[in-house]
Design a protein around this ligand. Structure first.
Ligand code: FDA
Length: 513
């Protein structure tokens, strides 16, 4: 602690020398002796298990920059005084890596909460969005300017664009428009030397790396320049539930081969949960098909009848609405005023949670599905919900090397596993983590192998972590090949060029050679 106190004093002194206006320093720096430190730290923590007093090292200092020069100063001073830097935009990292260091290193947290501005250019269908804005704020601001423009990114409005876009960004329009990273046309980034770079000055290699490779290994993204996407004035949504007694096995089996091929304006997401069977009064598995169609119900119905009659969709299941209302629908806010999208803290994810991911390239057989249902019902503690999101469409038209996100042609769908619990404390945390790991092992025969792929935005430290300090390429490739496939090597080369001293590092950052 003595060394930490010393480091942190030196760091503060360095910052006060570098800040252009020393009066502003007290508005942007929070040390542990500051009464607001705790509230600033927890303000964007989305996953309950990382709330203090969990046994995880906290930042020595929190910086909430108001100006780009504050970020430059924080980078310079952290470097000079041997502190790590963690950057937080929306705070939704599944393992809390934007504000937690499992490596026990003294670190500064840079919280971009004051970088939230969004500028929409309707005429050119583009926008600049600062990294600390949330996707809810982005969707709201676009919709206020135009009813026929939108953007392709995730579902939960409180997710931050800083981490989300740099790790991919899958949402309900991804089959038509790809992931968020596919629609980024420029960026502003501060590198390890404190230089402010745009696409031209950073070069195509670095610009490539931060769109799906996790920007946190390469610098601090200040803002993204994105291409806005046309949306029709009317879209259609539906949620249709089928239990095992209602033929769910056959319907899910069929879904696997059609959801990736069907018209790309249609995204049929599938949630699998346990439910009480109304017929037998015992537990069953329920498949919920949660869907967005970029068009009206009159064209959707014949399309579904032709491609997926097994679901038995009828007109009364469907609701027509505007694109922005569909954002409220999918995030569970139907009927609420649009302004709810501006709320940075309204997350329903306030219980304890652990998530993992898998990719599927071959349909799971009906017998395989039946084994999964049996497991889900016999061991309810292992998984609370499975979310199956289809790929195909625009996602598979983009080549696997166009961005670091490699999950393109040939991918049928991604599975997101989540276990949720209410009991506080380390025992419950460890018990639930062990439980979901057992389920993940059980799923091995059904998912991708060599590598067993995973989605960076569903960060999972179980799939491998770096060695403390300067990790080896071999160690990092254990997890790196799972997230990035053939793109891992290029990411390492970019890292070697732009941050050879490995300043921007965490438990799963790209290492330099
Ligand atoms: P956070 O601030 O925690 O950052 C995540 C990572 O990015 C950290 O390593 C951080 O250091 C780094 N980082 C953040 N800002 C940076 C910056 N400006 N420059 C450089 N590095 C930066 N995903 C998805 O694809 N579709 C979805 O629908 C959802 N839905 C969803 C719901 C909920 C409730 C959660 C908790 C998560 C999701 N996600 C998701 C996953 C989400 O995309 C992922 O957690 C993102 O990394 C979150 O970005 P934040 O900026 O919010 O997180």
């Amino acid at each position: 602690w003595a060394t930490s106190a010393h480091t942190h004093e030196n760091f503060l002194q360095c910052l006060s020398l570098q800040f252009p206006n020393s009066n502003s320093i007290s508005k942007v720096i929070y040390t542990r002796y500051n009464s607001s430190y705790e509230s600033v730290l927890v303000s964007a923590i989305r996953l309950e298990q990382f709330f203090p007093p969990a046994k995880v090292p906290r930042p020595l200092v929190i910086v909430t920059p108001l100006l780009e020069s504050h970020i430059q100063a924080a980078i310079n001073c952290s470097k000079q005084h041997g502190m790590q830097l963690r950057v937080r935009s929306g705070g939704h990292d599944y393992e809390g890596l934007s504000y937690v260091s499992y490596q026990q290193a003294p670190f500064v947290m840079l919280d971009l909460v004051n970088f939230q501005s969004i500028t929409i250019d309707v005429e050119n269908s583009t926008a600049w969005v600062q990294a600390g804005a949330t996707i809810g704020q982005l969707y709201y601001t676009i919709a206020k300017k135009s009813p026929t423009l939108g953007f392709s990114a995730g579902v939960c409005p409180t997710v931050g664009v800083g981490g989300h876009f740099s790790g991919g960004g899958y949402g309900m329009m991804s089959r038509n428009y790809g992931i968020a990273a596919d629609n980024i046309i420029d960026a502003r980034l501060i590198d390890v030397n404190g230089r402010i770079l745009d696409r031209k000055s950073m070069g195509e290699d670095l610009f490539w790396a931060i769109r799906g490779g996790g920007a946190t290994s390469f610098g601090v993204v200040i803002a993204w320049h994105i291409k806005l996407l046309p949306v029709p004035e009317t879209v259609t949504v539906f949620t249709v539930n089928r239990t095992l007694e209602q033929n769910a096995t056959k319907i899910v089996h069929r879904w696997q081969s059609i959801a990736e091929k069907i018209d790309e304006k249609l995204l049929l997401r599938l949630f699998l949960t346990r439910a009480n069977s109304s017929q037998h009064g015992k537990e069953t598995v329920q498949a919920s098909f949660v869907t967005l169609y970029l068009g009206g119900v009159d064209t959707l119905l014949p399309l579904m009848q032709q491609s997926f009659p097994e679901l038995g969709l009828v007109r009364s299941d469907c609701i027509e609405m505007s694109w922005i209302e569909s954002i409220l629908y999918f995030s569970g806010y139907s009927g609420e005023p649009l302004e709810i999208l501006l709320n940075r803290t309204s997350s329903s994810y306030t219980t304890y949670f652990k998530g993992k991911s898998d990719y599927v390239t071959e349909p799971i057989s009906e017998t395989g599905l039946e084994s999964i249902w049996k497991r889900v019902l016999e061991y309810p503690e292992e998984v609370t919900e499975m979310e199956l999101s289809p790929y195909g469409g625009r996602l598979s038209e983009v080549s696997a090397t166009a961005t670091p996100f490699p999950h393109r042609a040939g991918t049928l769908y991604i599975i997101h596993y989540g276990v949720v619990w209410n009991e506080a404390g380390e025992n419950a945390l460890n018990r639930n983590r062990r439980a979901i790991r057992r389920f993940y092992r059980f799923m091995t025969p059904y998912v991708t192998k060599n590598p067993r792929s995973a989605y960076l935005n569903y960060r999972d430290l179980d799939i491998g972590v770096n060695n403390k300090g300067n990790t080896s390429y071999e160690q990092a490739s254990i997890w790196g090949l799972k997230y990035y496939g053939i793109n891992f090597e290029r990411l390492v080369h970019v890292k070697t060029r732009v941050d050879p001293g490995n300043f921007f590092r965490n438990e799963q950052s790209i290492p330099p050679l």
